[in-house]
Design a protein around this ligand. Structure first.
Ligand code: NCD
Length: 317
């Protein structure tokens, strides 16, 4: 794995939460908390990224993550450009690195990248100029570090602690970068019990998610938990034949109000979105009093502001 920190110990790239020290994760969460405002209040605006240019390069569809990175950069005073790479240069055969060099010539400082393949982020990070940073906005099924941070922040706000919590990660864990980044963050932050709850076909390979107990039944898996983290079925990462039937899936693995009652009475329900309502989660649960799904979205902007500010501040004067 590539070194994400500068020799002076500050964060330069954010590609994964795997191996990130607890103190560094905690510092990012603390920084993010300064940027959180209740929904309905005016958002924070600063000039800490004035003169900095951020490029969002997304080769996979995204609404929330892209908008959230864009708002985060703008609210810190940066210039932002958005490129949908598959629509422009990639189809013309221009390589990702050529696109990066073009953008570097336009004084881009931070590259925010989402890609369906593994390794692209690291390749770019190892080729950019020393002052530039690469932030992952999603890498295949492997990593989605800002999502892991925003999920941790959402849990901390709701529960005020990590130790002693029981967290169930439910659904298509096999194909989920959200699950992997959450697992890295929560394990490091001291969550005592993380359960993987999935049908056999969507279980991650043996050897991954070490230390997590695995459940093939949703009812058993969520009994007594504090946090239920639902995942989207990643159809785009499955062969057509493997895509589960929607009605059957909901019957066995959909989170309904009746099922939610098996968790602790004050359990929170999370989902990274986009949601398949009626397939992995019932609408009344997604919109219900235990849902923190909107908090996750709000925290997403705050976390991305924190990460952007940290990587730029760490460059020094
Ligand atoms: C997630 C993603 O793209 O990994 N969405 C997001 O970033 N909010 C989850 C998903 O697509 O299921």
């Amino acid at each position: 794995m590539m070194e994400q920190n500068r020799p002076n110990g500050t964060l330069r790239h954010l590609l994964t939460l795997e191996g990130m020290p607890k103190t560094q994760i905690e510092a990012l969460l603390t920084r993010a908390r300064k940027f959180v405002r209740p929904i309905g209040e005016a958002p924070v605006h600063t000039h800490s990224l004035a003169g900095i240019t951020v490029a969002n390069l997304f080769t996979e569809p995204s609404t929330r993550t892209r908008v959230s990175f864009e708002l985060a950069a703008k609210r810190l005073g940066a210039d932002v450009v958005n490129l949908e790479v598959q629509l422009s240069s990639r189809v013309k055969g221009e390589s990702m690195l050529d696109t990066i060099y073009t953008l570097e010539a336009c004084h881009v400082d931070v590259f925010v990248i989402r890609d369906a393949e593994t390794g692209v982020h690291e390749l770019v990070a190892s080729h950019v100029k020393p002052h530039a940073s690469v932030l992952s906005a999603g890498e295949a099924h492997v990593a989605h570090p800002t999502q892991g941070l925003l999920d941790a922040l959402t849990i901390l706000q709701a529960k005020d602690r990590f130790d002693g919590l029981k967290v169930a990660i439910v659904g298509d864990v096999r194909h989920s970068r959200v699950a992997r980044s959450a697992w890295h963050a929560l394990t490091t932050l001291g969550v005592a019990e993380i359960r993987i709850v999935a049908p056999r076909a969507l279980m991650p390979p043996a050897g991954e998610f070490a230390g997590c107990e695995r459940f093939n039944s949703l009812d058993t898996g969520i009994t007594g938990v504090d946090v239920i983290m639902m995942l989207r079925i990643q159809k785009e990462r499955m062969e057509t034949a493997a895509i589960p039937d929607a009605d059957r899936y909901f019957q066995k693995f959909g989170l309904s109000a009746e099922r939610l009652a098996k968790a602790k009475p004050d359990a929170i329900v999370m989902h990274p979105q986009p949601m398949n309502r009626g397939i992995e989660i019932a609408s009344d649960v997604a919109d219900g009093p235990q849902s923190v799904i909107k908090d996750q979205v709000r925290n997403g902007v705050a976390v991305r502001m924190a990460v952007l500010e940290a990587v730029i501040e760490g460059r020094g004067p």
